[in-house]
Design a protein around this ligand. Structure first.
Ligand SMILES: [Zn+2]
Ligand SMILES: [Zn+2]
Length: 50
């Protein structure tokens, strides 16, 4: 997770997560969560560790 940035998915200025697999950033609203609460990148579905 990094400081404020711009979400590559929805364009919002927010605190963003960085995917270390595809390098894209996305806000928590775009972060995909599974039923088991595993966070996944909305672009490549790489698991995100907080
Ligand atoms: Zn977003
Ligand atoms: Zn990714």
């Amino acid at each position: 997770m990094s400081d404020k940035g711009i979400c590559d998915k929805c364009g919002a200025k927010a605190k963003v997560y960085l995917c270390d697999s595809c390098g894209k950033s996305f806000c928590k609203h775009c972060l995909q969560k599974t039923m088991m609460k595993i966070a996944k990148c909305p672009f490549c579905e790489h698991h995100i560790e907080k």
